[in-house]
Design a protein around this ligand. Structure first.
Ligand code: PLP
Length: 374
């Protein structure tokens, strides 16, 4: 009979659009012994996790938890619970992930109204305002805070104010934002927000922290139609993630060891401090940018809208961008990302995310790129 060796991945430095490198403390937490997902010790850990996630999101929202599936499931959780058949939803598209939001609206039976931006530009609040003015029945506005496909950051606070002035709730994608740049759910008045664990939180992929405001919860509780997805129906998930001493009811088997990892990730974030983590991302981004510019390379996104954690770098004329990435991987074990959609072949995406956002990685990346390009 055929036998197979165990899988041992090669050593890499991950500086693409995610996943990012994981702190050994988080990997160690994941290998701790499994216990039952209704064990009182586990439930106690879940309670702590909620508080830690509230800190990461800067919110007191009671409904704050990690969905047991990747960022795409966090996205679907927001749309499946907040969109009802026939709802008009304004979706702002300035990259790949806004396009996915539109697809979600359609699949929930809603009607998407699109505010389109050039890729590499942030969402324009004035365009949103104009669109809302001509669609008075819209109930929701959705946009991406940190667009991973372009490295652009949109102004969540202003967009949310514009939406609220027209009586719309907002859904925000901060899969790449959380832990890497400023996110203030309560101060900004965000109603529903989702993230991912594999970007600036530097945890194992496959979990999606989400948070819902009391207004969003009220809308979910008062839906006319049941949520089409059983697994993502928050009315049911709330029974498992419940609050305080409420008895937890089985909903699905939680990804127990992955949740140990997320807990440790959040403990680390708390130890560093959220604002300190944002500042670390900004600091190393500045160093990377200076080195890239010294090599004659330029960034796609205009200065005030750049994400420090996702650097979209223009590929110089005549350079085979895929060959460069292959060389980086083969010679330096370094992964960077390619461009997507209209930016395919035109940019590289260099991630400085979470644990991987450090001086050593900045220097490795600059040295390796220079060696490969000359
Ligand atoms: N939204 C954004 C902005 C992302 O960058 C990603 C993943 O890269 C997703 C959503 C989807 O997350 P996942 O791949 O974990 O499903």
């Amino acid at each position: 009979m055929m036998t197979y060796p165990s899988f041992h991945p090669p050593i890499r430095t991950l500086m693409g659009p995610g996943p990012s490198d994981i702190n050994p403390r988080v990997l160690a937490a994941m290998s701790r012994p499994i216990i039952g997902h209704l064990d009182p010790a586990f439930v106690g850990m879940m309670d702590q996790m909620k508080v830690l996630l509230q800190y990461a999101f800067q919110t007191e929202n009671e409904l704050t938890l990690p969905v047991s599936a990747p960022g795409s499931a966090g996205m679907e959780t927001c749309f499946a619970n907040l969109v009802e058949p026939g709802d008009e939803v304004v979706v702002c598209i300035n990259g790949v992930f806004g396009m996915r939001m539109k697809e979600n609206v359609i699949r929930c039976g809603g009607t998407p109204i699109v505010v389109e931006e050039e890729w590499g530009q942030p969402v324009d609040p004035q365009k949103l305002e104009n669109t809302l003015a001509s669609h008075p029945d819209a109930r929701l506005v959705a946009f991406v805070h940190a667009e991973t496909s372009t490295g652009v950051c949109s102004d969540v606070k202003t967009l949310t104010q514009v939406a609220h002035a027209r009586n719309c709730l907002v859904i925000v994608d901060t899969v790449t934002g959380l832990g890497g740049s400023e996110v203030r759910v309560d101060d900004w008045g965000v109603d529903a927000i989702y993230s991912g664990t594999q970007k600036c939180l530097s945890c194992t992929p496959g979990l999606s922290p989400v948070s819902f405001s009391p207004r969003a919860v009220e809308r979910i509780r008062n839906r006319k139609h049941p949520v089409q997805s059983w697994f993502l129906d928050l009315n049911l998930i709330m029974g498992y993630w419940g609050s305080g001493n409420a008895k937890r009811a089985y909903h699905h088997t939680a990804p127990i060891n992955a949740l140990y990892a997320l807990h440790e990730t959040l403990v680390l974030l708390r130890e560093e401090g959220l604002e300190e983590a944002w500042e670390r991302h900004r600091h190393h981004h500045e160093a990377l940018k200076a080195g890239l510019e010294a090599m004659g390379l330029s960034l796609l996104v205009d200065e005030p809208h750049r994400l420090p954690q996702l650097n979209a770098v223009r590929v110089p004329n005549g350079v085979d961008e895929a060959a460069v990435r292959t060389q980086l991987l083969e010679r330096y074990g370094l992964e960077i990302g390619a461009g997507l959609g209209p930016l395919a072949g035109k940019i590289w995406r260099i991630g400085l995310m979470g644990f991987g956002c450090n001086q050593k990685n900045v220097l490795l990346c600059l040295h390796a790129l220079e060696a490969v390009l000359t």
